[in-house]
Design a protein around this ligand. Sequence first.
Ligand SMILES: Cc1ncc(COP(=O)(O)O)c(C=O)c1O
Length: 379
Amino acid sequence: MQINSKIYFDNAATTALAPEVLETMTQVLKDNFGNPSSQHSFGRASKSILETTRKKIAEYLGVSASEIFFTSGGTEADNTALIGAVESLGVKHIISSKIKHHAVLHTLEYLQQKKGVRVSYVALDNKGYVDYQNLEELLKNSSEKTLVSLMHANNEIKTLLDLEKVGNLCEKYNALFHSDTVQTLGHYRVEPKKYKLHFLVASAHKFHGPKGVGFLYVDNKIKIDSFIHGGSQEKNKRGGTENLYGIAGLGKALELALLNVDEHQKEVKILKNEMIRLLNENFEGIAYNTDVENESLYTVLNVAFPYNDKSSMLLFHLDMKGIAASGGSACTSGASTGSHVLTGINAIPNQVPVRFSFSRMNTLEEVHKTIEVLKEILK
Ligand SMILES: Cc1ncc(COP(=O)(O)O)c(C=O)c1O
């Protein structure tokens, strides 16, 4: 999407608000200031928006409305699921992967250090795919109550997890299953029941909704304790007056994303494939940190440019020319230690990684302009 002639290719970090979402939110801000907990008509009107949105989201996911808890976003939902599994459900062993988002990794470190939880990391191949045989071994040999925490798509390299396979393994070994679907919900239809998920995490700002709002799905069969102590909001689990306009925006954004999800997939894949074609045609020594041969998350292309004098400051030069891309996760880009994800998969050496992430608001013209700018910088 061009904003004042700038190009935005960092949609894995966040997306622009869809105009219809802004409209929904503005209307709620203007017309529905009532507290959803109030009994009068103002409160009831707000409560109705809250519960209608919850129901709508539940329908998209094929779950019950009572299984959806609104949160301040993906980080809070991941924290809640993992800490809740340990504190409320007696989980003593968590199986995860070293290439998770920090919302999970740092929570696991906390649970390891402060709660004595055992954490195992499943083996990955050099493209970042989970070794399912190793996962089964870990599950088979786990004598404690176990949770498997694996994200649907990695936020940097975008390998996709076979949710169904992992769900079946978890069921076979009586383990709980948590998946961070922040990078995929809204880009795919995700059905928690089909995948036997106990926890699923989503964040609105990754699919053209507002920042600071998301939700946690918790399977009705399990019960976790309150995670924010206060009022009786969110079925006594998360106290605090609800972020009503954010929640309404989240509902609208998910509706827009899923309504035409097949079309969006097709359009975005065209952009990504054109970018791959032109990169291969115009630059020598290009490789990819994303698995471009198999099914990886279609919104992202992580390119490994060969390291040299011209490419060393590539992101900076792109930014100077008005093109926003990133070196990895928004949380890790800029860190001098580099990406834990690329380190975790023994990535291509001597590379300058550039993550281009697309959305339905991008155009082919922007891809072409970006290639021209890359030529100027690198040739
Ligand atoms: C995979 C993943 N999980 C969690 C988060 C955190 O979500 P939020 O920004 O809503 O807290 C992000 C955001 O970058 C993410 O990519």
